[in-house]
Design a protein around this ligand. Sequence first.
Ligand SMILES: Nc1ncnc2c1ncn2[C@@H]1O[C@H](COP(=O)(O)OP(=O)(O)OP(=O)(O)O)[C@@H](O)[C@H]1O
Ligand SMILES: [Mg+2]
Length: 580
Amino acid sequence: VGVIRVLEEEVANQIAAGEVVERPASVVKELVENALDAGASRIDVEIEGGGAERIRIADDGCGMEPEDARLAFARHATSKIRSASDLASIRSFGFRGEALPSIASVARVTLTTAPAGSAGASRLTLDAGGPPVQGPAAHPRGTTVEVEGLFRHAPARRKFLRSQATETARIGELLAVVAAAHPGVAFGLRSGGRSLANWPAVPALRDRVAQILGERDARPLLDVAHGSAPLRLAGLTSPPALQRATSRDQHLYVNGRPVRDRRLLHAVQEAYVTVLPKGRYPLLYLFLEVDPAQVDVNVHPAKTEVRFLRAGAVHDLVREGLRQALGGGRPFYLLGHASGGRPFDAFPVRLGEVRGAAAGAESAGVDEVGEGAEMAGPPPATDAALLESLPLAPLAQFRDTYILASAPDGLVIVDQHAAHERVLYERFLQQADAGRTERQRLLFPEILEVSPAQRQASENSEEALRALGFTMTAFGKGAVKIEEVPVLVGAAPVGRLVLGLLDEILEWDRSEGIARLRERIAATAACHAAVRAHHPLTPEEMRHIVTELMRGERSLTCPHGRPSLLRLPLDQLEREFRRR
Ligand SMILES: Nc1ncnc2c1ncn2[C@@H]1O[C@H](COP(=O)(O)OP(=O)(O)OP(=O)(O)O)[C@@H](O)[C@H]1O
Ligand SMILES: [Mg+2]
């Protein structure tokens, strides 16, 4: 006799529940996604006991006819796709037809629903997979799902639940992640009768982020808008001054679906590598729009992973989009617009704002980013002139290491090495990009002893080195001959600089890409060539560093992510001195 048999539906549902329903937050996720798929404009979540006791989610979406309500609990019953080919063009959250039967197999579920314009509502109750009991009810258009006693009959599962407070926090985080993608939908969360969140519908992502994180974090965020349909990126990302100690506030979405994707996070890290110090992370909400045929969402039962057909292109889009956002606009440029009612106190962190303000659309919402694509144009000429007329004025040098300068709104302290490093770094890359690296031939070529690995590195990266102005050739067995260096390195000791470069090249990993290799070379060269700390500067030199710094696009940090300037705002100074 055979030993293989087809599992009963009930068992199959419980197995599916094992994948989809891990904890109360996963129930909330499935039900909220259903409500969004139903076109709800308001979604209210109520929980008791961290959600294990009770979860109640009410929406004002399309609702269901009584028959459909019954079918919704059948396994693989869905209204969202009809055939396998539909899988290639999924726009809805759901498509597996598994969430409701899975939840009903591990809890007591009551669903009350009414479609538009129907005679009456109906109520359906299922207890841990038992037969459904259905009857008439009263309910406005929409659906309310109540889930009680989650895992009551699955003690093994229940054991894995954390404290009520932890489960409640997870639900709150989950709701915030979903809500960020739908600013136009109102969300509410209550736990034990207490309101934890109340986010009315708002026009744009920035407004929603302000509801979730507060104005202080939301305001300085930079707009991201890059690429064009069918592959484009939109959202908000933090300027260097706004950082997090963990990577948890990096929110990525693909066609509105929150995802965790290592490749995308890598792209984020690459964009920020010269902006943030190691171990610090940006705060961001990034929305990728991809042709549904180019992305597979059916990879993971909880749909938190996706697979891209053109993973490389997506990766580069994210990196470039962020770089553009970080580089766009200059701190002082903001001042011209500040007189238009915006407080100046945000200086110097709001690098990207100008673009949005100029286009009259500071907070491009997820939906309207298409039109915003041309916002990144060059600043108008008059404002460029304004920028010139408002330099930081150096006042003095402190401890031969810091330049004190006066800004229109306060005192600025510049780290002379970090600042000069940033200036040189940008210029190295600019010259190389334009194919106009100024080089100088050494009067006496320098012969430098190197290890076999270092020598190999110089040979492998000859092209990148040459583009940045370094010409060197193998010399005998254990040495290289340096013939040309970029003019920008000035009087820096060439031997030490090149050894630093070769070590940096050795650290470079091919997977980082050739552009990153150039950045590494430029950063090392800049570091060696920049004025050191404990080095006296003439007023002329100070003025040069400061002016050049403010001209740059990412003046706020050195290429390694250390800050290059700090600011003491005038109003803070006045408060400290009790002048107001
Ligand atoms: N809040 C709701 N409002 C209206 N219809 C709903 C609601 N929740 C569920 N439905 C209907 O019930 C069906 C089954 O829901 P279920 O969540 O089990 O599957 P799904 O959303 O289609 O796919 P998935 O398992 O991927 O979530 C849906 O396809 C939808 O037609
Ligand atoms: Mg669903």
